[in-house]
Design a protein around this ligand. Structure first.
Ligand code: IDP
Ligand code: MG
Length: 139
């Protein structure tokens, strides 16, 4: 089933010049990039994006991190892309991520973990709309 998901290259990975390497991993998987831009979120924008985590102990620190520097946001498209991209990212904690995953290879820490990917069709829809207008997505 053709699906879309929202991917982010987080500020830790952008600052370490890993944009190209991460994009290469996505494309090598046969996943299509149908929208892409660089942004720098304000603290309020990061809080809105991670609203589902507002009760978590890491919410303040996470939203400080996500607004600390530029991110690359992308819409990815393909069959079962939500799960396929989650698999390619690896576990949230890079120490627990499988060999060959983006987080195993590039992330340093459970918070500064290089990439984001939507976890369900509902969150993908919210997250894509959070960053992209219909005009910015190729169809
Ligand atoms: P996910 O990114 O793998 O979907 P979530 O549980 O949705 O993981 O958490 C969102 C983000 O919050 C993570 O990617 C990571 O940056 C951060 N995070 C998650 N758990 C922790 C934690 O225990 N400590 C610090 N930051 C965390
Ligand atoms: Mg998540």
């Amino acid at each position: 089933m053709r699906q879309q998901t929202l991917a982010i290259i987080k500020p830790d990975a952008v600052s370490r010049n890993l944009i190209g390497k991460i994009v290469e991993r996505i494309e090598a998987e046969g996943i299509k990039i149908v929208a892409m831009k660089m942004i720098k979120m304000t603290k309020e924008q990061a809080k809105g994006f991670y609203y589902v985590h507002k009760e978590k102990p890491f919410y303040e620190s996470l939203t400080d991190f996500m607004s600390s520097g530029p991110c690359v946001v992308m819409v990815l498209e393909g069959d079962d892309v939500i799960n396929r991209y989650r698999k390619l990212m690896g576990a949230t904690d890079p120490a627990k991520a499988e060999t060959g995953t983006i987080r195993k290879e590039f992330a340093t820490d459970v918070e500064k973990n290089a990439v984001h990917g939507s976890d369900s069709p509902e969150s993908a829809e919210f997250e894509i709309r959070y960053f992209f207008s219909q005009l910015e997505i190729i169809n």
